[in-house]
Each structure stands twice: as structure tokens, then as C-alpha cells.
Design a protein around this ligand. Sequence first.
Ligand code: GLN
Length: 513
Amino acid sequence: MAPLRQTATELLAQLHAGQVTSVELTRAYLDQIEQHDGNVKAFLRVNPRALDEAAAIDKRRAAGEPLGLLAGLPVAIKDLLCTQGEVTTCGSKMLENFAPPYDATVISRLRTADAVLIGKTNMDEFAMGSSTENSFYKNTANPWNLDYIPGGSSGGATACVAAGMAPLSVGSDTGGSIRQPSGLCGVTGLKPTYGRVSRYGLVAFASSLDQIGPIARTAEDTALLLEVLAGHDPLDSTSVDKPVPAYSQTVGQPLKNLRLGLVREHFGQGLDSEVEAAVREAVEVYKSLGATIVDISLPHGKYGIATYYIIAPSEASSNLARYDGVHYGYRTDEKQLVAELDRERAELVAAGKHAEAEALDNPLVRLYRKSRAEGFGPEVKRRIMLGTYALSAGYYDAYYLKALKVRRLIRRDYDEAFEKVDLVIGPVTPSPAFKLGEKVDDPLAMYLVDLYTVSANLAGIGGIALPCGFSSGGLPIGVQLQAPPFEEERLLRAAHMYQQATDWHQRYPSMIA
Ligand code: GLN
């Protein structure tokens, strides 16, 4: 079988057995990128040293040296993880030339595991978005139909796996950004429990929600990558010091007496009928595998979007204050700025408006303003304004504090549900992928795409999206499983059980030969 159709687990076995080299594999993926990424636009930058990295691993293998868990496998990286000395843009003009002086912890872990870093993938600016159309650089297309969005904000990371341009990729999920585009691209993606993976070197969006996680074709491959990414890190105080299970070893063990909670509220208004049918079909598959289906309620889930869109922008407004045009990142043209201030002052003085002339910005304040006005895109500005408003005196209690209280209730709903069930099952998104451009002028419609994903982030729990069907238009549909904190093993085993009984994860878009 052509390498692009194989799973990371299969490819690893072939690498170990000497049936293929890392250089051959890496070249196959680079060729696929070369041929199709002009259309898909999943990558912002391909690593020019990928083949050298592969060759170095092949050489060490030939010399009989011990190698890491991912030895020789290409992995793509969402462009918000710091790679030392290499540009890391976060999809923003603000960081167009930012080459971080250090590696994110997950990048160091990938290097230690001897992965080949094949390139950095496109994303919504600062991970804010659900379609990757908020990237400053380009719009990524859905490999199943190039007129459609791949989802977001990790749209490049999921599209490249769907398109056979990398067997594995790393994304981030603040309100659904791994699960939602995985569902829309027909791949498997896992958002770990808050604290499972170190975020040191992740460009922060909303620090109480952000998690890094794996994207792959199958649950088995997702397990393999999570095993490399997860673990405590002294450099991230929110990472939890809990042993990392050998996910790749246990993923194949089926779960007995599985109790799946079907959330009543998830099957109401707004859910596309084809998505509903595919998810219900997935539930039937689990039943046939011996699972018991329990009707459950998450009554506060309906406030998820409202709560998320207060908390996430509030944290973003604080995190993004660091981009001031002084420390690093984009800076407006200073000569132009000084000339502009001089001109404004002269005009005001000429008009006799001395007080106004006196009140003009000082150059530093104008530098902050202009750098931020020019460096951030419209959605990022909207979030900064929403967040600043929600945190401002007089509104803090009414918005931010209230959102925190609702967040607590959302978590409590899950705690109660998990007393009765092992996992929650439901849709990933209300509908399959929509057309590029369809929702760009309607931020609220774009926010509603996160209906089924934000609650897991608010509650801090893990979730996985996996392919479970196609729309009549030929676009992938995903099903989501959610688990109690630190039960990634359960998520992966349940997902693998499903993939052993179905072949949705083995469908390939036409660009994969
Ligand atoms: N779509 C959501 C947002 O725009 C989630 C993004 C994410 O998870 N990074 O905020």
C-alpha cells in the first residue's frame, strides 16, 4: 500500500523492520505537499531541513543506536508552538518575523522521540476562529472539497493529515480547535485534560482553557503521539504531575461494560439531520459492541457558548497585551509615525487648536496603538475589545465573574454525569463543513459552530473526535467522546474499538493516490 494511506503505527513497524527509510517516507510526504498544498494550503512553512533530519535518524538506526518512540516519522506542527530559531507566526502579521529563542516543551519531546518535523501549519490568527479563515496568511481548504473550510483553528493541522501530507500533527484546543477541524476533515483528534500536556512555548490564547493535543488518522496513532506529548513539566506550573500511561500499548484493549451517556440537549434545535443520523449510527455501533446507552442531561451546557465567549476573550485581552510593538513582534514604521504626529500637530496649531495639539499621543503611546492596529486582524481586535469590556470596572461582576460561576456549574454537570456513565457521546459540530466565505461576515454564526466543543474546555476534561460518516455532499462527519479528567486512555480505547468495527477512518480524499 502507498505510504500515504498507511497509519503512523504501520509505518513505524516498517521503519523498524528496515522496509522503508525515514528519508523515503519524508520524501513521499514532501512530494504530496509539493503536488497538492498549492490547493489545500495547509502549510505555512515546510521545514527545509526535514530530509536532513530524516537522514540523520536513518544513519543512527543503521548504526544500531537506540531511537525514540516516533523515530523517523514526519510530524506537522500548528504554527503556535515555538520552534527555536524558526519563525512561529500564530497565523498573525504580529508575529510575522518572530523566531523564538527556545523550543516549546512538546517540540523538545518530539525531537527526543526522533520525529521529523515536516513543517508548520496554518491556523486562525492567535487560534481565534472555527474555519482557519482568520489566518493573516491564507485560507486552508478542506481536502474533501476545496470549496469548503477545513474547520479551525487547527485547520492546517487537520487538513494536512486528511490530505496525506503528514501522518501525525500537533494542534491546540481552547474551545474545540482540535476536535472541530478533525471532525470536519475526517481525522481523529484528541483534546487532553487541562494539565495533561505542557503548554510551555505555546503562544497563549486563553490560559485557563488552552490545551495541546494530537491529530492523526486513527485512535491508535493518536495514542502514540499523545504518549510523546503528555507529561509533567516544571516549566509549566499548570501541567499535572501524574504518570503518563503507555497509551500506545493499551489502546488495543477493548472496554467491557462501557456505559455511554447520550446528552439529551445535544439532539435539539440546530443539529443538522445528516450529522444526527451519523452520530446515532455510531451509537448503534457501540451498542453492538456491548455498550449500554444512558440518557443523560447536561443542563448548563446551553450556556457554554455565552460563557466561553466571555472567558476566552477576557483571558485573550490580557495575554495579547504583550504585543506592544516594543518587546517583540510587529512594529509600525517609526519614521512615518513621527512624521504623522508632526503633521497632525502642525495642522492643529495652524487651526489655533493648541489644547488639542498638546493632547496628541506621545510617540510611545502612538507606537503601541499603531503597531497593534496594524498587526492584529479584525477577529483578534474584536476579542480584545470584548474581553477588555467584560473585565472593566462595573462590568466585571456582571460578565466575567458570572461566567466563572456558570463554568463551575458546567463542570458540576459533568461530574454528576460521570457518576452514571464512563463516557459522554455526541456530535462534534452542528453541521458538516460549510463553504469558504459563508460565515466570515457573521461572527455569531461562527461562534455557534463551537456549540458541542466548548463545554469540555470550560470543564477542563478531555474529548476526542473521530470520523463516523459522510454528508450527502461527501463531507466528513465526526462523533465526539468525552471523559472524566485524566481518562485519555479510556477515550482512546473506546475510539479504537469503534475504528475496529468501522472503516470511516480508512476513507481517503481523491488527492491521496
Ligand atoms: N472556535 C473557538 C474560538 O474561536 C475555539 C478556538 C480554539 O479552540 N482555539 O475561540
